[in-house]
Design a protein around this ligand. Structure first.
Ligand code: HEM
Length: 464
């Protein structure tokens, strides 16, 4: 699958009109089968046709698969103004989160990105590290009381933990407890949006199916509860350093305008949605990989012993947990939570001699690029040392992009990396996480790349 010369900086004056290769005929009738195993299908297409594949669904709807770092650079960085997120993504997602930084484009997006960026600055995030440590420690207390030596599914445990952290970090409320109606509403709404994104044809929301009714009720609860939090915070500003307090006072540098309550509501819901399932999926895969690779787990244990020696991770110590961090990086290479980034071409374009007509939907296939044999030796092998600085410097920049790239790069990247390192270090110092043998582990490409049947582990307290 060799690549011909590619220049991403040239602006094409005349398009070649040569379409990329791909299967003959339309995919319409095969869609249900493809949706059952989209990763398998896309990987097969890439193997058969190469790094850019044309997949016509119906005459007016064509889909491209892009699986090379040069395409990432072109679409997400050097020519990002020619691409946006497609309607299918923005509309489905906005059913839950409204018009927000995640689902908007153009001036609205830029204004909100500028308003929100300071809240994610390292110096403010550092205040949140103690929340992350104490949430993880209270989970471990629970494990010790109720689950020591028990077999559990680690995926919902990680979801619960990251939901708790994001709720406390954002607005100082624990929404992870079973009794939290807000937490339940989030889960309901989230499942609905995943269903919408993963199915091209679904019943419109106005039809009163039980799925639609459940979603509408959940959305009402979400909106009401988040608005109540905003109102009460406006009336009694707290001396807290949570993200909401930053967003409430954020002002545009030029116009001095802030966000309306409705906009704040949408952004808060967005941050909970974007900020917990991603981290939880990545951590779940990390426990799986550590369970499969005792040698790596032993190295991690040594690092934690040397740097932390049983104490809780602190913000000052995090940079020294370099091996732990490399494990997380490598885990997101093999199992990237955002497995394929969706884009639509806003104008006719050309990449590597291939024509991309305006309106084409493109899946930038992170999960294929992260294992592309041109850039990764033994790509399926788990090896955290691929992320030693000298090795990272040898690879082209866009071979690894778990947080996206360009102007839409994840705003929560530093939050997520800090959170993951703290959780990994805190859990691993106190508990053995042993994989249960003979279980079927399969990635499921829904909203994030989740383990389809969960990951069963036995949690066992470490003896000091
Ligand atoms: C391991 C964890 C995470 C991963 C892998 C991840 C991945 C991503 C990716 C790939 C994008 C870009 C999507 C695109 O360009 O189509 C993105 C955007 C975004 N992420 Fe994350 N994310 C993570 C954690 C978080 C956290 C913790 C938060 C917030 C607390 C967050 C909030 C957002 C938001 C608001 C956007 C939209 C940014 C914009 O369009 O300007 N993410 N994320």
């Amino acid at each position: 699958m060799s690549q011909t010369q590619f220049s991403s900086t040239q602006t094409p004056t005349k398009f070649s009109h040569q379409l990329p290769p791909g299967p003959r005929g339309y995919l319409l009738l095969s869609l249900p089968k493809i949706q059952q195993d989209s990763l398998g299908y896309l990987s097969q297409m890439w193997q058969e046709y190469g790094n850019l594949v044309r997949l016509p669904v119906v005459p007016s709807y064509t889909f491209y698969l892009a699986a090379h770092p040069n395409y990432v650079e072109h679409m997400l960085s050097t020519h990002q103004e020619r691409y946006s997120k497609p309607d299918l993504f923005n509309k489905s997602m906005s059913l839950m989160v409204g018009q927000s930084i995640l689902t908007s484009e153009g001036d609205f997006w830029l204004k909100h990105r500028r308003l929100m960026q300071p809240a994610f600055h390292q110096k403010y995030l550092e205040n949140l590290s103690s929340v992350m440590v104490s949430c993880t420690e209270s989970l471990l207390e629970e494990w010790q009381q109720k689950l020591d030596n028990e077999v559990i599914d680690i995926v919902p445990e990680m979801m619960r933990l990251t939901l708790k952290i994001v709720g406390l970090a954002l607005f100082n409320k624990d929404i992870s407890v079973e009794s939290s109606t807000l937490g339940q509403a989030f889960r309901e709404a989230f499942n609905y949006v995943s269903y919408k994104i993963n199915n091209v044809w679904t019943e419109p929301l106005w039809i009163p199916t039980s799925r639609n009714l459940r979603f509408r009720q959940a959305k009402q609860i979400l909106d009401r509860a988040v608005l109540d939090i905003i109102n009460s915070r406006r009336q009694n500003p707290l001396e807290t350093h949570d993200l909401l307090s930053m967003l409430l006072t954020a002002q545009d540098e030029v116009t001095k305008e802030g966000m309306t309550d409705k906009q704040l509501q949408d952004e808060v819901i967005t941050l909970v949605a974007a900020g917990h399932e991603t981290v939880a999926s990545a951590l779940s895969w990390t426990w799986y990989l550590l369970g499969k690779h005792p040698d790596v787990a032993a190295n991690m244990q040594d690092e934690l012993q040397t740097i932390l020696n049983g104490s809780s991770p602190t913000i000052e110590k995090l940079p020294q947990l370099a091996y732990t961090r490399r494990i997380f990086d490598e885990s997101m290479r093999l199992y990237p939570p955002s497995w394929g980034l969706p884009r639509v071409a806003l104008e006719d374009d050309e990449i590597q001699g291939y024509f991309i007509p305006k309106g084409t939907i493109i899946n930038i296939a992170q999960f294929i690029i992260h294992r592309h044999p041109e850039f990764w030796e033994n790509p399926d092998q788990f090896d955290p040392d691929r992320f030693l600085p000298e090795k990272v410097n040898q690879r082209p920049k866009f071979t690894y992009f778990p947080f996206g790239a360009g102007q839409r790069i994840c705003i929560g990247k530093s939050f997520a990396l800090m959170e993951a390192t703290i959780i990994m270090a805190s859990i691993f110092q106190r508990f053995h996480i042993e994989l249960v043998s003979h279980q079927s582990i399969e990635p499921d490409a829904t909203f994030t790349l989740r383990p389809k049947y969960g990951i069963k582990v036995k949690v066992r307290k470490k003896v000091k």
